[in-house]
Design a binder for this molecule. Structure first.
Ligand code: BJW
Ligand code: ZN
Length: 255
C-alpha cells in the first residue's frame, strides 16, 4: 500500500449519513477511480509521449478516419498501462460492497480494474480497452500482448473476416453508447437508495446526466480530491482519493 492509498478517517458528518441502512446501492465511477492505480485520468495526468496530444481529439471518429495509426498506438499504450496496473484498496472495497450488498457498479472507465478486484456485471458506459472489434463488420477481435515500447504509430490489425481495420471497443465522442448498458444503468440509478459517485469530472454526457435520475429520496455521496459536485443533490462531498476514501465508506456501510 502506497502513501496515496492509506485509509483516511471518515468525517463525522459522513459517518452519520452512512449509519442509515441502505438496500439498493449504486457505485458510479470515472477515471479518478483508477488514478491511484497509476492510470492517468482522461483530463489530467502524466501521459509521457502522449502529453502533446489532446485526448478529446484522439477519442473521436474523426481522428480515427484521419490517422488510425496514431489512434491505435495511443490505445495500445493505454492497454499496456492498464495491464501492468493493479486494483487498489478502493476497487477491492467496491467489489466487497457488491458481494455483500449486491451493489450495482456503473463505470465510465474503459479499464478492467473493477473486475480484477472481483466485481462482476460492471456496466461499462464507454466500452472497454479489451473489446476490440472490426470497424467494418463489428466482429470481435482477440488482442495479443500490447507492445513493450511506447510507439507513436502502430498500424491496426485487420479483420480476418472482412479485412476491415480493427478499432478499439470504446465509445468515442459523437458515438452512441450501447443502448442495453444505458438502460440497465438508468434503471439501477432510478431504483437506488444510495448513490456513490467516485472520481468523475461529470462533464461528458449522457453519463454525467444519469446521476440526476436518482430518486429524490436517495442519498448521494461523492468522492473526489477536487471540490466537484456532479449532482446538485450531494449529501456529502468527501475531498479525498478513491483508494483512501472508499475502504472507509464501505467499512461503515457494512457495519
Ligand atoms: C480522483 C482522483 C483520485 C483524480 N480519486 N478522484 C449534452 C450536452 C453537451 C454535450 C453533449 C450532450 N450530449 C452529448 C454530448 C456530446 C458529447 C459530450 O458529452 N461532450 C462533452 C465533452 C460536452 N457526448 C458524446 O458524444 C457521447 N455520445 C452521445 O451523446 O451520443 C449521442 C450523440 C451522437 C452524435 C452527436 C451528439 C450526440 C459519447 C461520449 C463518449 C465519451 N468517451 C470517452 C472516451 C472513451 C474512450 C477512451 O477512454 O479513450 O470517455 S471521453 C472521456 O470522458 C472518457 C471518460 O469515460 C469520460 C468521462 O471522464 P471522467 O471519467 O469524468 O474523467 P476526467 O478525467 O474528466 O475526470 C477525472 C476526475 O477524477 C476528476 O474530477 C479528478 O478530480 C478526479 N480524480 N484523481 C478520486 N485519486
Ligand atoms: Zn470485419
Amino acid at each position: 500500500m502506497t502513501d496515496k492509498q492509506k485509509p483516511e478517517t471518515l468525517p463525522p458528518e459522513l459517518q452519520a449519513i452512512l449509519a442509515r441502512p441502505f438496500k439498493r446501492i449504486v457505485v458510479f465511477s470515472g477515471a479518478g477511480m483508477s488514478a491511484d492505480s497509476g492510470i492517468p485520468t482522461f483530463r489530467s495526468g502524466e501521459n509521457g509521449l502522449w502529453n502533446a496530444y489532446d485526448p478529446s481529439e484522439l477519442a473521436t471518429p474523426n481522428a480515427w478516419r484521419r490517422d488510425k495509426e496514431t489512434v491505435w498506438a495511443w490505445y495500445e499504450w493505454r492497454r499496456g498501462i492498464v495491464m501492468a496496473a493493479q486494483p487498489h484498496p478502493g476497487h477491492l472495497a467496491v467489489a466487497e460492497l457488491q458481494r455483500r450488498c449486491d451493489a450495482k457498479i456503473i463505470t465510465q472507465n474503459v479499464d478492467d480494474l473493477h473486475e480484477r478486484a472481483g466485481a462482476t456485471d460492471v456496466l461499462h458506459l464507454h466500452g472497454s480497452l479489451f473489446a476490440a472489434r472490426c470497424s467494418a463488420c463489428s466482429k470481435p477481435y482477440a488482442l495479443g500482448e500490447p507492445p513493450q515500447e511506447q510507439q507513436r504509430q502502430i498500424t491496426p490489425p485487420r479483420c480476418p473476416r472482412c479485412q476491415g481495420y480493427i478499432r478499439p471497443g470504446v465509445v468515442w465522442f459523437g458515438e452512441n453508447l450501447d443502448t442495453t448498458t444505458v438502460k440497465l444503468a438508468r434503471q439501477a440509478i432510478a431504483n437506488c437508495d444510495f448513490l456513490l459517485i467516485v472520481g468523475t469530472s461529470g462533464v461528458v454526457y449522457p453519463a454525467a446526466g444519469m446521476v440526476n435520475g436518482a430518486p429524490s429520496s436517495a442519498t448521494i455521496i461523492e468522492i473526489n480530491p477536487q471540490p466537484y459536485e456532479t449532482s446538485s443533490r450531494i449529501a456529502f462531498q468527501w475531498q479525498t482519493t478513491a483508494a483512501r476514501g472508499l475502504p472507509e465508506v464501505v467499512r461503515n456501510i457494512l457495519i
